[in-house]
Design a protein around this ligand. Structure first.
Ligand code: FA5
Ligand code: MG
Length: 434
């Protein structure tokens, strides 16, 4: 599909991001509204929910030997973000539809793992933590935003240091970890063909690394959710689960640079919630880092999704709000229940069109809606899709829901945005309105 090219960029051969000038080329697709989010650094604001969660995790893990990094620039090379971690050439994450490119070699990082190798190389303690803003072209709804924050953690052991006592060293560190106080349904999923151990690891070492990783994450989850439980009880919740041990379960996952890989899910307010992805670091990552004698694990947590759960924040757009009704509710070091003010009304508009021959990528539609509607768009859904039996042309209908977190919208302003969205869909994607 054709990429969305903001008009402002087409005529320029360079773009300013974070105060630095970059050459543009046929890969450039980062729009001004996204560039404007670079530098907000919500994770470094002590009284912001994103900053509060970052500190909560640091407070738990720094004493266990993790060095925190919070200041890496979000502008990284394609090599760091993808190649160095072994992303296959055809991985969808690499495409212009999913990632904001500044030019063909430079992009806005899509995850904190972009810094994994440099952190392995430079960190003097056994582990590190990275908190940072990351960027993805993505759908628009309550839990997705094009800029969000992640926290990554990793832990390394050196064979040079431990020799043939490597397994004993990991086991001793595992036994020294405190109890998490949470109830885990299936602490040790077995290895199998779909989620194998790294071939360079012995089964014993791989199992111990997985156990150490899982226990560490269970400790962090136990800590965060006991703060959230206390907040819910203080807020008058009578949910009986709040007085029982927290429940967790392990799900298999896939990441190109870890194996085996898992996700942890937590039982909270009547449903299982996906909290974090992780795994045993593959040998090729340590080889690339020039640390072939090392083994270890890594995890990554989405901070917005976590903050929505812990603080009861209903919509991801709120984290970017400068409204004191939002910001004034939070205090450094504390998990509290967000008190929503009454919701302003929403209104929907549909746009139905015939796709051009080269088809339309949903994320390109999202980008156009975002560029015109910004934070006034609450949700965009593909509500209808069919192929005409005679002409073979594909038809799509998107429903755009407009809603402001801060005020009531007028029909006129919504209509004006909708008109400009339809205009851009036509001129930039080549659709034909039905
Ligand atoms: C990763 O990004 C991996 N780097 C995690 C990892 C680290 C795995 C180290 C192994 C080792 P994933 O693509 O699943 O994984 O994203 C992690 C989290 O980011 C998700 O669970 C979710 O909480 C959050 N996330 C993803 N997309 C969005 C979005 N558009 N808006 C808000 N949060 C998002
Ligand atoms: Mg995922």
């Amino acid at each position: 599909s054709r990429a969305v090219w903001p008009v402002q960029l087409i005529r320029r051969n360079s773009v300013l991001v974070g105060g630095k000038e970059y050459k543009t080329d046929e890969w450039t697709n980062v729009p001004p509204a996204i560039i404007d989010l670079v530098g907000r650094n919500l994770h470094r604001q002590p009284n912001h929910p994103i900053g509060i969660i970052r500190s909560l995790i640091e407070k738990r893990l720094v004493p266990l030997g993790f060095t925190p990094y919070n200041e890496f620039s979000p502008i990284v090379s394609k090599y760091k973000n993808f190649d160095s971690l072994g992303f296959p050439e055809d991985h969808p994450g690499r495409s212009k539809s999913d990632t904001y490119y500044i030019n063909k070699d430079t992009l806005l990082r899509t995850h904190t793992s972009a810094h994994e190798i440099e952190c392995f190389q430079t960190t003097k303690t056994p582990g590190y933590l990275i908190a940072a803003d990351v960027y993805r072209r993505d759908t628009i709804d309550r839990t997705h935003y094009p800029a969000f924050h992640q926290m990554e953690g990793a832990r390394t052991w050196s064979k040079t240091e431990h020799g043939d006592k490597l397994a004993d060293a990991i086991r001793a560190d595992l036994e020294a970890l405190p109890d998490s106080g949470i109830q885990v349904e299936d602490p040790n999923l077995p290895f199998h063909a779909g989620n194998p151990k790294e071939p360079a690891h012995s089964e014993e070492v791989s199992t111990l690394l997985g156990q150490h990783l899982k226990r560490t994450i269970e400790i962090v989850m136990g800590d965060m959710f006991s703060a959230a439980k206390a907040a819910a009880i203080a807020n008058g919740s009578t949910d009986p689960d709040l007085h029982k041990p927290l429940k967790a379960r392990w799900i298999e996952a896939y990441f190109p640079w870890t194996s085996p890989s898992w996700e942890i899910e937590i039982w909270w307010k009547g449903e299982w919630l996906e909290m974090s992805g992780m795994g045993v670091v593959r040998q090729h990552v340590y080889d690339t880092a020039g640390m072939s004698d090392c083994v270890g694990w890594a995890f990554g947590i989405g901070l917005e999704r976590t903050a929505m759960i812990l603080f009861g924040v209903p919509d991801i757009r709120l984290f970017w709000s400068k409204d004191p009704r939002f910001l004034d509710q939070f205090t450094a070091g504390k998990v509290t229940n967000f008190e929503p003010w009454s919701k302003y009304p929403s209104t929907s508009r549909d746009v139905a069109f015939w796709c051009p021959e080269q088809d339309v990528h949903e994320n390109d539609v999202m980008e156009i809606v975002r560029s015109r509607g910004g934070d006034l768009v609450e949700n965009v859904s593909l509500v209808d899709e069919f192929v005409h039996p005679k002409t073979n042309r594909k038809s799509q209908c998107y429903r755009i829901t407009y809603q402001s977190m801060e005020r009531s919208l007028t029909n006129d302003e919504v209509n004006a945005i909708q008109t400009s969205v339809v205009h851009d869909l036509t001129s930039q994607l080549g659709i034909e309105v039905r």
